[in-house]
Design a protein around this ligand. Structure first.
Ligand SMILES: *Cc1c(COP(=O)(O)O)cnc(C)c1O
Length: 484
C-alpha cells in the first residue's frame, strides 16, 4: 500500500461515526469516537505521512540489520558476556497470545497460568542456586546486584548492625563496585594472587565487624574456579558478614555445583548469559536473585506464592525493600528462560556447562602457543590471552587483533579486561559453537598474527566504517539514511 493510501485509511478509521477498536476478550463498552473525543481533537485532513513504499522500508531495515554482527550471523566470542545462540523456540513460546495478550492489571484469578509459571521459575532457580528464596523482579544482572545489596543493607539494619564495607576482588566486573556504591557501601578492593585467585591473607586483613559483604565471581573473570570457597565462607561468616556470588559465569558450573552449597548467601543470575535469553543492553532484561532463608523477608514485593486457592501476588511482607521494577518483572524474558530450562532438563543443563568448558579449553589449547595465557593452563568457560609480548616486539596491540578479526567475519573478543592482564583478549566461545567454527577462529588468529603491523593498524578494512571515535560515536551519533 502506498503511504498516501495508508494515510487515507488511518483517516478513515479515525472519522466520526467509526466504532472504537474492539479488544478481544475484554468487555470495554463500545462507543463511537465522536463521543469519546472532543470535536476539536478530530482531524479533518489525512495525516501527512512520508512517501515510502513497503519494499523501500523493508530494504532499509534489513540492510541496517546486516551491518551489525549478531550471534545469528557471526561467531561472537565476547568474554564475560556469554553470547550463546538463543534458540528460536524460546521466542515462539513467549510470543503465544495466551502470554503476550495478558495485562498486568488483570485480576489475578485470570492470571493463574502465568503466575504458576513464575512460581515454577522461582522454584527452579532456587534449586539451581541451592538457595531457598528467589525474586524475579530485577531487570538485569547489575540490577540484581543492586537489589541484593539493598536487601543486605535492610537485613543488617534490622539486626541493628552498622556495616559499611563491601570487599571486591580486583578482577571483578565493573558493575560490582558500581552496585555496592549505589547501595551506599564503601568499596575495598581485594588483590588476587599470582595464580589469579582470591588472596586469602589480604581478605583476612580486611574482613571485620564493619564488613557487610564479600562479592565474588566464581568462576572469576579470568575463567578460573576459585577452590578456596569453603575457607572464604568461613572467614567472611566468622566476621558476621555475607558472601555474594556474581552469577554471570553460571554457564560453567550449571548442574555441577550449587553456590548455596559452597558457602554463598545470595547471588544473581544473568538469564541472557546462562539461559539464552536475548541480551538486553543493561536494562530491559531480567536479573533474578536467590538468597538464603534469613535474607528472604527483605526481598522485593510482590512475591509469587501458592495458596490453597491458587497463585497470588504477595505484598504482605513488612520487611521488604519494596519494588525494584514495575509489576512482577520482565515476564517475556522469564518465559524464555523457563522454556530453555525445561527444554534441557537437569541432565541437559549439566551438559551445557560441560560443553562450554570443553569448548573453551579446546580454543585455549589451540591458541596459547600463539598468544600467551598468563593465568592457568586450563580454564572454565573462558580464558584471557595477552598480546603484551606482541605489542612490545611488533607494535601489534590487542585492539589491532580485535579489529582485524572483524574482516575475517568474527566478532571481536572482549579486550582490555580484566585489568590484571596486559593487552587482554578475553575469549568465551560458549557451548553452542561447533568444532569447525572454533577451528576457523583459531586459524584466523594464526593468519592475523602473520600479517604486517601496518595492515593491522588500519583494520578493519571490510566494514562500512573502519575506526570511529567510539566515545564520540556513542555520545553524538550521526544518524542518516543508508545507503546514501
Ligand atoms: C555481564 C556481567 C555483569 C552484569 O550483568 P548485566 O546483566 O549485563 O547487567 C556482572 N558481572 C559479570 C562478571 C558479568 O560478566
Amino acid at each position: 500500500m502506498r503511504n498516501e493510501q495508508a494515510g487515507e485509511l488511518l483517516f478513515e478509521l479515525s472519522r466520526p461515526g467509526r466504532r472504537g477498536v474492539r479488544l478481544p476478550a475484554c468487555d470495554v463498552p463500545q462507543r463511537p469516537l465522536e463521543e469519546l473525543l472532543p470535536p476539536e481533537q478530530l482531524a479533518d485532513q489525512p495525516p501527512p505521512l512520508p512517501e515510502l513504499s513497503e519494499p523501500d522500508v523493508v530494504r532499509h531495515y534489513v540492510n541496517l540489520s546486516q551491518l551489525n554482527m549478531s550471534v545469528d550471523t557471526h561467531f561472537y566470542p565476547l568474554g564475560s558476556c556469554t553470547m550463546k545462540y538463543n534458540p528460536k523456540r524460546n521466542d515462539r513460546l513467549a510470543g503465544l497470545p495466551g502470554f503476550s495478550d495478558l495485562h498486568p492489571y488483570q485480576p489475578t484469578e485470570t492470571l493463574q497460568g502465568i503466575l504458576g509459571l513464575l512460581y515454577q521459575a522461582q522454584q527452579m532457580l532456587a534449586e539451581i542456586a541451592g538457595l531457598p528464596a528467589v525474586s524475579l523482579q530485577p531487570a538485569a544482572g547489575a540490577h540484581g546486584e543492586l537489589t541484593a545489596l539493598l536487601v543486605v543493607a535492610a537485613y543488617f539494619r534490622d539486626l541493628g548492625q552498622k556495616r559499611t564495607k563491601v570487599l571486591i576482588p580486583d578482577v571483578a566486573h565493573g558493575t560490582n563496585p558500581a552496585s555496592a556504591a549505589m547501595a551506599g557501601f564503601r568499596i575495598v578492593p581485594i588483590p588476587s594472587t599470582p595464580q589469579g585467585l582470591v588472596d586469602l591473607d589480604a581478605l583476612n586483613k580486611e574482613v571485620d565487624q564493619d564488613t557487610a559483604v564479600f562479592m565474588i565471581t566464581n568462576p572469576n573473570t579470568l575463567g578460573l574456579f576459585d577452590p578456596q570457597m569453603q575457607r572464604i565462607g568461613q572467614m567472611v561468616h566468622q566476621a558476621g558478614a555475607l558472601v555474594y556470588l556474581d552469577g554471570a559465569n553460571m554457564n560453567a558450573i550449571l548442574g555441577i555445583c550449587r553456590p548455596g552449597d559452597f558457602g554463598v548467601d545470595m547471588m544473581h543470575f544473568n538469564p541472557h548469559k546462562t539461559f539464552s535469553t536475548p541480551h538486553g543492553a543493561g536494562g530491559p532484561g531480567a536479573g533474578p536473585i536467590a538468597v538464603s532463608e534469613p535474607l528472604a523477608p527483605f526481598l522485593p514485593v510482590p512475591m509469587v506464592i501458592r495458596t490453597e486457592t491458587g497463585y497470588r501476588l504477595d505484598y504482605d511482607r513488612p520487611k521488604s525493600i519494596g519494588r525494584v521494577r514495575s509489576f512482577f518483572g520482565n515476564t517475556g524474558i522469564v518465559l524464555r528462560m523457563i522454556c530453555y530450562i525445561l527444554t534441557h532438563g537437569p541432565e541437559g543443563l549439566r551438559q551445557v556447562a560441560e560443553q562450554a568448558v570443553l569448548n573453551a579449553n579446546y580454543l585455549l589449547a589451540r591458541l596459547k602457543g600463539l598468544l600467551p595465557v598468563p593465568y592457568g593452563n586450563r580454564c572454565m568457560h573462558e580464558f584471557v590471552a595477552s598480546a603484551a609480548r606482541l605489542r612490545a616486539e611488533r607494535g601489534i596491540s590487542a585492539m589491532e587483533i580485535a579489529k582485524r578479526l572483524l574482516d575475517y567475519g568474527f566478532h571481536a573478543p572482549t579486550v582490555y579486561f580484566p585489568l590484571v592482564v596486559k593487552e587482554a583478549l578475553m575469549i568465551e566461545p560458549t557451548e553452542t559453537e561447533s568444532k569447525a567454527t572454533l577451528d576457523a577462529f583459531a586459524e584466523a588468529i594464526e593468519r592475523i598474527l602473520k600479517e604486517s603491523a601496518d595492515l593491522l593498524q588500519q583494520a578493519p578494512h571490510r566494514t562500512p566504517i573502519s575506526r570511529p571515535d567510539e566515545v564520540q560515536a556513542a555520545r553524538q551519533p550521526i544518524l542518516r539514511w543508508y545507503p546514501s
